[in-house]
Design a protein. Structure first.
Length: 292
């Protein structure tokens, strides 16, 4: 069955005459009549009863009309779905984020995105930087927001900057507001685990000065680090993003470490696959990063 012939038959049936269908389609009436006749010949049935008043459907014509109408509706729905996908109005997206970004930056970015594109199905996976980088390299994520140096991330873009700071308990022997880097390293020190972006940046900073940290505790999330510091288990190196509230309330103090200033870039990384939803999310991340 020729799809073009069926489409013309459908147009004639809906218009009620060959002449009205020709006017709507901007096609000559003889051409339409000929192609509908060819369809009837191919199918071996009469589809339309012709008269001066127009056309009416035969029983066979009604059967074809019903099926052709359904096919036309499915094609229209498919086209709309594809158009929505191109405009990122619908679809799916898998986001990965390192734990600091996931807890303290991602919600503020994701909220306006979901408000603007509520039909997009979004999944979020949090982990340390090394784990998220591996997942996007394996094609398991559409987009990733990670900490760290970013030197081995093809196509990565810096979207924000963060500072690493030293924090201590508000009271007790460790509550000194200025210390040397030697005192920091010789005292009880609490750090993120190897593989995290925070740890990678701090270790790199020390390595450029011929130094190395031997932490008393290695913890996998910032909340645990803050709790350990508040209870006097040591000082810590942590993202400035994650301790704003505790510093403002006085639950923790920021310690000035002489000869230490660590600013780190935060990276947006895309997978190689095409995904308009991820394109839209990336644009929003970069806009908010520039404003921040």
């Amino acid at each position: 069955m020729n799809r073009n012939h069926v489409a013309l038959f459908l147009a004639v049936a809906k218009a009620g005459s060959f002449s009205r269908a020709a006017e709507r389609l901007l096609i000559g009436q003889p051409a339409i009549s000929m192609q509908v006749a060819e369809l009837e010949k191919q199918l071996g049935v009469r589809l339309l009863e012709r008269s001066r008043a127009g056309v009416t459907l035969t029983r066979a014509g009604k059967i074809l009309f019903d099926y052709a109408n359904r096919i036309d509706g499915i094609e229209s729905a498919a086209q709309k779905a594809l158009d929505d996908f191109k405009r990122a109005a619908a679809g799916a997206m898998a986001i990965g984020a390192s734990t600091t970004i996931g807890a303290y930056l991602l919600p503020d970015i994701l909220a306006p995105f979901r408000h603007r594109w509520p039909a997009i199905a979004v999944s979020v996976e949090l982990g340390n930087t090394r784990a998220i980088e591996q997942k996007i390299a394996d094609g398991l994520l559409d987009i990733a927001l990670v900490e760290g140096l970013g030197s081995d991330l093809p196509g990565s873009v810096i979207f924000h900057h963060d500072e690493l700071v030293a924090i201590g308990p508000a009271t007790g022997a460790l509550a000194r507001k200025t210390i040397s880097i030697a005192e920091l390293l010789n005292g009880p020190l609490i750090l993120r685990e190897p593989g995290s972006g925070t740890r990678a940046v701090f270790d790199d900073f020390l390595a450029t000065r011929g130094l190395k940290a031997t932490p008393a505790f290695e913890l996998t999330n910032a909340h645990a680090i803050k709790e350990f510091v508040q209870h006097g288990f040591g000082r810590a190196i942590i993202s400035a993003l994650v301790c704003k509230d505790e510093l403002a309330s006085g639950a923790l103090i920021q310690i000035k470490v002489t000869d230490m200033a660590i600013n780190r870039p935060l990276h947006l990384v895309r997978s190689g696959g095409e995904n308009p939803a991820a394109d839209a999310f990336a644009s929003l991340v970069l806009r908010k990063g520039r404003k921040g």
